[in-house]
Design a protein around this ligand. Structure first.
Ligand code: ZN
Length: 150
């Protein structure tokens, strides 16, 4: 194992225990429940957007599953809190692209931040859905929120 892989595994382990954002969210703009049947992971993502629905002010999740799915949800919360919806989508796209790389290529560390720790997961097709779970739930919650009414 390279030093970098060890560091990445440590980030995943730390986040699977710390579970940042694990909890309820008052005044949620939208929520979405997502299931990963192949592993049994499930998660409900709740988001609160600003009045213009341009920025993710706060987000929180409740879920249960393997350490990769829980760690990924924790990293997601740290990564997208305070971002604009467009920035969060760019990050989600980069994360998905990295996970589909099957271990090839160099992920954009600058853009991905701690989320780059999941690069190694891309070599394990069965675990990609675990890592994507929270991010898919976020995308769906943002889509449900849509544009502000009126
Ligand atoms: Zn899983």
């Amino acid at each position: 194992m390279s030093g970098l892989e060890g560091l990445y595994q440590q980030i995943i382990l730390d986040h699977s225990k710390a579970r940042h954002g694990d909890g309820e969210l008052t005044d949620a703009t939208a929520e979405h429940h997502e299931l990963n049947p192949s592993c049994g992971d499930e998660l409900t993502m709740r988001i609160r957007l600003d009045p213009a629905h341009e920025r993710i002010e706060e987000l929180a999740w409740r879920g249960d599953g393997c350490s990769i799915s829980m760690a990924s949800a924790s990293v997601l919360v740290d990564s997208v809190r305070g971002l604009t919806v467009a920035e969060a989508q760019s990050l989600t796209d980069a994360f998905r692209e990295m996970l589909r790389s099957q271990g090839r290529g160099e992920p954009d560390v600058e853009l991905l931040g701690d989320a780059v720790a999941f690069h190694g997961v891309s070599k394990y097709v069965m675990r990609v859905k675990c890592a994507m779970l929270a991010w898919v739930a976020l995308e769906a919650a943002v889509a449900k929120a849509g544009s502000p009414a009126g």
